[in-house]
Design a protein around this ligand. Structure first.
Ligand SMILES: NC(=O)c1ccc[n+]([C@@H]2O[C@H](COP(=O)([O-])OP(=O)(O)OC[C@H]3O[C@@H](n4cnc5c(N)ncnc54)[C@H](OP(=O)(O)O)[C@@H]3O)[C@@H](O)[C@H]2O)c1
Length: 349
């Protein structure tokens, strides 16, 4: 391929849980690529990977790595983004960043294409990709907001271990084997690698994702609260979240309670709306036991919604169950989708 055939794309964190999915998604979506640069830390530099029949050597991410890069997809942790994303921008690249480094910066758009694609026009070189659990929720809520208005959201999550990286998936698998073999376990990664205590995830549920803040909420919960308001342009929206880690490898599930502004709306009205909503697949047929489950969403780009029902007491309140592949719509697919829209909107130089 030569330069005219597409863009020079860099993936930072190419060996990680998200980075690997990004590479696969770029290939699956036939993103126009003239050159693909794969970057990691010094630990993985020199490893070779095959992408679409071509062997590519992984390089250590450094400021100079971004010379000539048009689009850089970052998912190597917040520290790496803070250090290297401005270096990439300085060299003319547009950055789509998967970490929480820039999400709440007023001058950086936080984008879910189905919700606020037009915010891309305000970019100053860096576009933030929201938190995985936030993305799938706002894709399901946005059509409801547009038609009926939105007053309040209370979400409880049931999150997969891959949200904590490739090493957390390894920990779940090894721990499960050890427990089944009556061997002792030594949790080292979950709930948060850098926190003081580590707990068993196999056959368990851990009500902590990311570190606790002074207000008693975890950082993951505050991400859901603050990011939802920013993406939906609803600073007054009442949002609360409880985030829980489950022994599921891939696929986040969420129980979402929401209250709308409009009256006289039925559960069937909400179902009819979501049936045709962009990025949403409605799976809601209780009589036939049809509802979304993580095992069925792995490898798919969509957000699956079911169990839609009216609250027993609150006429404007509804409940729904929202499931998506956290590594795809929650990360890689949303990033590649942003890159596609940037190209379509003529925002890549
Ligand atoms: N997993 C999810 O569902 C999800 C969703 C949205 C956003 N994110 C965010 O995306 C980021 C990565 O997540 P992950 O789940 O893919 O983690 P991961 O599986 O642990 O992978 C981390 C990646 O970052 C690279 N890396 C680490 N330190 C580096 C450095 N100093 N310089 C360059 N590369 C470095 C690693 O390379 P080596 O192989 O060299 O170690 C690896 O490729 C995190 O900030 C996370 O919060 C994750």
């Amino acid at each position: 391929m030569n330069q005219q055939d597409g863009f020079h794309v860099a993936v930072v964190g190419a060996t990680g849980a998200v980075g690997q999915q990004m590479i696969q998604t770029l290939v699956n979506e036939k993103f126009p690529i003239s050159k693909l640069t794969l970057l990691s830390s010094a630990r993985s530099a020199g490893k070779r990977v095959e992408v679409n029949g071509q062997e590519i050597t992984i390089e250590e991410a450094k400021p100079e790595s971004f010379e000539g890069v048009d689009i850089a997809l970052f998912s190597a942790g917040g520290g790496v983004s803070k250090e290297l994303a401005p270096e990439a921008v300085k060299r003319g690249a547009i950055v789509v960043d998967n970490t929480s480094a820039f999400r709440m910066d007023a001058d950086k758009p936080l984008v879910v294409p189905e919700v606020n694609e037009l915010d891309l026009h305000q970019h100053n070189g860096i576009i933030a990709n929201p938190n995985c659990s936030t993305i799938q929720m706002v894709v399901a809520l946005e059509p409801i907001r547009q038609k009926y208005g939105l007053k309040k959201v209370i979400v409880s999550t049931y999150q997969a271990v891959s949200g904590a990286g490739a090493s957390a998936v390894e920990e779940l698998i090894e721990q499960t084997k050890s427990i089944l073999n009556n061997e002792t376990i030594e949790p080292q990664i979950l709930p948060v690698k850098s926190d003081n205590n580590h707990y068993q995830i196999a056959f368990n549920a851990i009500p902590q994702i990311d570190k606790f803040q002074d207000n008693g909420y975890t950082f993951e919960e505050m991400k859901m609260i603050n990011e939802t308001k920013k993406i939906m342009h609803l600073p007054e929206l009442q949002v609360s979240a409880t985030c829980v880690r489950l022994p599921v490898a891939v696929g986040h599930s969420e129980s979402v309670y929401f209250e709308i502004e409009a009256g006289d709306v039925s559960a069937n009205d909400i179902k009819a709306l979501l049936k045709d909503a962009p990025g949403v697949v409605l799976q809601d047929d209780p009589e036939n036991q049809i509802y979304p489950m993580p095992a069925n969403c792995v490898g798919k780009n969509d957000v699956f919604v079911g169990r839609i029902r009216k609250d027993i007491d609150e006429d404007r309140g509804f409940h729904m169950w929202v499931v998506s592949d956290n590594l795809l719509k929650g990360a890689a697919w949303n990033s590649v989708q942003i890159a596609e829209r940037l190209v379509k909107l003529g925002l890549v130089k």
